[in-house]
Write a protein that binds this ligand. Structure first.
Ligand code: HEC
Ligand SMILES: [Cu+2]
Length: 165
């Protein structure tokens, strides 16, 4: 989606909503709203149009693209993306020095030291992160199971291990 943000169009359903609408309008318990870019409610939007256009999609709970998006998402459920496993870089050490993650689950290294650090994975083909200044982070996922060794390219004595299950 290119260009300036012009508005937010949203739909939300809650138990008991929608009773004030006539049957030919009503979209179950769904309610529609348009907010301007500054998040103020647009009271003049064509709300009748929202109901009319979404009405034929009763069989898919009045949502149209959402069903297809969920089905085509890699993890089949947007909520299933696991949170990143955190590794802090502090005191010229990776902590914890050994982490265990599932295949495809992200690991996030955050540099908390004043000096810059870096993450170079040496197992299964070398991958190098950029140099991380204080406060910067690097996120990486591993598609294949195995034990991976890594070190800091600036301080080769700083070592860590990743177990991917
Ligand atoms: C001309 C028909 C039409 C009108 C009028 C319309 N919509 Fe939609 N709406 C659609 C279609 C078609 C999609 C699916 C778009 C896609 O897949 O890219 C959609 C998708 C959406 C979605 C995403 C969720 C989903 O999968 O259905 C929201 C939220 C939404 N519309 C809100 C609104 C609001 C709010 C209004 C009124 C201001 C409105 N729509 C008016 C046809 C319409
Ligand atoms: Cu380092």
């Amino acid at each position: 989606m290119k260009g300036d943000l012009v508005a937010y169009t949203v739909m939300e359903k809650r138990t008991g909503w929608g009773t004030e609408y006539p049957a030919e309008w009503r979209n179950g318990e769904w309610e529609y709203a348009v907010f301007a870019a500054d998040t103020k409610l647009n009271e003049k939007a064509n709300y009748k149009g929202c109901f009319e256009c979404h009405k034929p999609h009763e069989k898919t709970d009045f949502v149209i693209s959402h069903t297809t998006l969920v089905a085509s998402a890699p993890l089949s459920n947007f909520g299933a993306v696991p949170p990143a496993t955190a590794v802090d870089i502090e005191g010229v050490k990776f902590g914890p020095a050994k982490v265990s993650v599932a295949k495809g689950a992200p690991i996030r290294w955050t540099n908390k030291d004043d000096s810059p650090h870096q993450v170079t994975v040496t197992t299964g083909g070398v991958t190098r992160s950029g140099v991380l200044s204080k406060g910067q982070a690097h996120t990486q996922t591993f598609a294949n199971a195995g034990a991976y060794d890594y070190l800091c390219g600036l301080h080769p004595g700083m070592k860590g291990q990743i177990e991917v299950k």
